[in-house]
Design a protein around this ligand. Sequence first.
Ligand code: ADP
Ligand code: MG
Length: 586
Amino acid sequence: MTIKALTPEVASQIAAGEVVERPASVVKELIENSLDAGSDEIEVTVEGAGQKLIQVIDNGSGIPAQELALAVDRHTTSKLSQAGDLFRITTFGFRGEALASIGSVSRMTIISRAPDGELGARILVDGGRIGELEMVGAPPGTAARVENLFYNVPARKKFLKHPTTEKRHIDEQVTRYALAHPEVRFQLLQDDRTVLKTSGNGNRCEVLGSLYGADVARQMLEVLAKDDLVRVTGYISPPSLTRSNRREITFFVNGRPIQDYSLTSAVMKAYHTYLMVGRFPIAVLFLDIPAEKVDVNVHPTKAEVRFHDSSQVFTGIQRAVRRALLAHSPVPGLKDPPGWIPTMWSDRGSWGPGGQAAGVKADWPDDQWGQPQTNTDSFLVGSLEEVPSTELRTPLLRPVGQVANAYLVAEGPDGLYLIDQHAAHERILFERFMTQREEEVARQTLLQPQAVELSPSEARLLEPELPTLEKLGFQVEPFGRGTFLVRAIPAMLSNMDPGSALRVLVEDFEEDETPLESQKEAKIIARVCKRAAIKAGQPLSPDEQQALITDLESSISPRTCPHGRPTMIHLSVDLLERQFGRKGAR
Ligand code: ADP
Ligand code: MG
């Protein structure tokens, strides 16, 4: 093939792909423009998960009519004039490509009026073709309306995720800017539903409340630390308040929301030993760094930055978070606060005598970013249906006692068994649940229905799942504005707080995937059992120990918890004899 220059339309669609990856990218760019224009009111309206309509209206400085045509062109910006400016960027935008990119993959209308203009001006860009400028009546500020996103890029359209996911990405974007700018009134409407609304009174705590619910906001710990390079402020969740993924660890560098794996890992390091494996905190952290010490021009979406001294930034974050955590746990390191489970099983390969102490790689295993661990998902398949081979069953055991309020010691026909009380109980509950599910799960009606307040995005996840939950013994009704009434919970969970039972469920709805209904139920059940099970740190009476062991003996797969971790370790008589030098060499 001969070499030819791309037509401007094709070139611009290619370039657009870098900036506009999905509907949420449009939302991000438009909000950034509104913020750069000094707006203190920003209203975002979305229809059809952003594919049908994204509209952002602000009350900022507007675009003078004579500049409007320029603004929608590529590489046109009012924010940067010479390359040197790149090293002291204080605006969100500077590349001058957002409007041009969005206009090339949608039907975009901009109406804007600068304060000194009598009238506003309107311009339409349709699939990259810039239309005529028209004068129209308009309030001061700018309205950007983006319709039919990706209508001319079918390939891009195909890669969009399920609408729920795209909506969630949009929620997350708006959420971030609302947090970064509590002084701006934000409103987000998705399909005529108010998803988010902030007052703009500058109180960040209040914004947190409207995002996560008052309950969560009240529990958050404040972070405030500073060294000679970076100032870290914001909020983190206490170890008792966790999520099943790291999506809610958010960073802002000089007000710009960014994604950075290593910063996230600095936070996780700070929580080391405070969190169970697979659990993640909520964190909203603001880093203030001199503009010349950070490069924001790394990627067209500007979601990544490069620090001149990244290790100092890393340490700064870790220290700041750790300090905030320590300040809230009076006797650090001496005792695991109730309800937390130490990360004992993280190094699964080295169980048994002579094995390495646990926790070596406790920071990053077992989650969607790293290597998936082999059996975390497969446990769901056939966990009850399979006929277990008898050798996997537990022999009759005689309880001997409890160690560290976490492990039961028992004697069996061939030596000693150490049983993880939490993992064992999880297994027992899980099997009971699965068996009951065949008939009808026994439910316990609450004397008084309990109201649980969820964040708007959590609420949206929960609502479609209510019929599934009903089958599992949860009777839950929407009560408007993110509040749900819990009327009944499964009898098995009667000692659990209904509110936290419900929250645990919400986290499990990974809307990215559409698992088989039966698998979904099993997943939900596993998650609930994990929370409902006896924790490490809980002393058990001899009777309770006996009961737990008896229940475990009658389980179908007693040797692993529903997540595939071992419930017990066996030290055979043979092994003991060898260890004591009674028999053969080691
Ligand atoms: P950038 O933000 O990188 O400069 P954009 O393509 O996003 O590039 O916007 C181009 C220009 O249009 C901006 O530099 C700004 O002057 C103007 N502009 C865009 N949106 C707005 C807005 N909401 N209010 C005022 N001016 C705007
Ligand atoms: Mg911009």
